[in-house]
Write a protein that binds this ligand. Structure first.
Ligand SMILES: [Zn+2]
Length: 148
């Protein structure tokens, strides 16, 4: 394995791996990257949902924006979720969920911060905690690597 030297790197940002939940630093413009912890492919892409979109699961370490006419039916795992339309499914946001005045979420939501405009419809169980860290899928995998 090659150890990458971090010298004079261009702009980077930190995202959380959608598989193992660990922090990874990536070039600001990257759309996907291999996680240095679990070595799985992590999608960083930002998504805009403009119409009806139904899938089993959306996982991106980037942002998902559900626009006014958008309906997203999926379990969602993102860094940041903005809802101006509607979402049906469970949401895990590693950072922030924002729901606009016409926005609606039907499902359970876990996130670090939540911003809700008056008029938004929320139906589900909410866990909002700035220290929220989703449990890794397989805790045993990380037992030898607990240094944050
Ligand atoms: Zn990972």
């Amino acid at each position: 394995m090659v150890v990458e030297q971090q010298r004079q790197t261009p702009a980077t940002r930190e995202v959380v791996c959608t598989h193992c939940e660990r922090k990874i630093e990536i070039p600001a413009t990257a759309m996907s990257v291999s996680c240095r912890h679990c070595h799985r492919r992590v999608i960083i892409e930002d998504l805009e949902i403009k119409t009806y979109h139904a899938v089993l699961r959306i996982a991106t370490a980037g942002k998902v924006e559900v626009q006014k006419k958008g309906t997203l039916v999926a379990d969602v795992r993102v860094n940041e979720l903005t809802v101006e339309g509607s979402v049906k499914g469970n949401v895990i946001a590693l950072d922030r969920v924002a729901v606009g005045k016409k926005g609606a979420i039907e499902g359970n939501v876990s996130c670090r911060t939540l911003a809700v405009e008056p008029g938004a419809k929320l139906n589900g169980h909410y866990r909002v905690d700035p220290a929220f860290v989703p449990p890794p899928a397989t805790p045993r995998e990380h037992a030898d690597d607990e240094i944050a």
